[in-house]
Design a protein around this ligand. Sequence first.
Ligand SMILES: [Zn+2]
Length: 352
Amino acid sequence: MAISLDQCRQMPKVDLHLHLEGAISAECLCEIAKRNGLEREVPSVAGAGSLMRFSTPKEFFRQFLFVSGFIRTAADLGAVTDDLLRRLTEENVLYAEITLAPRKFIRAGIPYPALLSELERAADQSRQCGGTEVRYIMDMVRNLGPDRGMELLDLMEQHPSRWVVGVGLGGGEGYPPELSVVPFRRAGKMGLHRTVHAGEGAGPPSIWGTLERLNAERIDHGTRAGEDPKLVEYLAEHRIPLNMCLTSNLALGVVSSLAEHPAWKYCQAGIPVTLGTDDPSFFGSTLSQECFLLAQVFDLSMEDLQRIQRNAVGAAFLDKEEKAELRDRLERGFEGLCCGEEEPQRHKDTKA
Ligand SMILES: [Zn+2]
């Protein structure tokens, strides 16, 4: 029997590829704009939604930055994070690693310690309320160059946080991974985990460079890995996770149809594939929908979708005990689904 969207919503899930700036809801954007006296630019929820529409990748990047620009204070950032965590909790996402690029917020006048303190408060609050468990990944953004990456690491070193587990590298793949060798080496020495966007805008050399020069533990996207069969073999042999995003790849033209998306093919080849939402507000998606689409297009079973969630636990930037605990919660959730038990009452409002 075909899997329903509702079944995907009920299934406990893990999202490792999710950008805070791309996950601002239209309602939250509207609220923040009002608070900052910018209601003329965002007069309504519908108006906020229209700011997240785009027709080309270039337009997407422009609107992504434009929307991020409405976050002016640490409290705004906290509100955006609370709102996202509330939605993730409602959707039964047990664990998420949220990526954000702090530089633009710091430039807008939010000091790093204030930014961090809001992220920590939101994470702690969500946990206290039985909501989504979260960790953060700080994106160096490849377009900004290695010096800005080093500045970010200075701040992360001065203000360590148990909630911030790694660094990421997003932005245009026209800036090859080799440019970020120095900050990534330092991040490794600082004990930070490393995940890199590659194989989305550029082909296999971008992924090879990421693995060989940046010592990345995970690849975000990796969609184009299949252009080099040796790379697919390498990723499978070394169990390197690919955090893949179907709707994002379709919306930005990385694949021309979902039937062509290689996520399930890579999974069958032995690569630990996970599913993420990337920028859900811009792509009009949720993790449940991503699971539903994959199941629908490739005629998958619940067991197949559960395998992908298990992959995500294995790929999470958590320590051994935390991973074991998450795995336990995930398996208990799966058992509940199989036996038709009702989901335990989850806290729906973490706003307090
Ligand atoms: Zn991404």
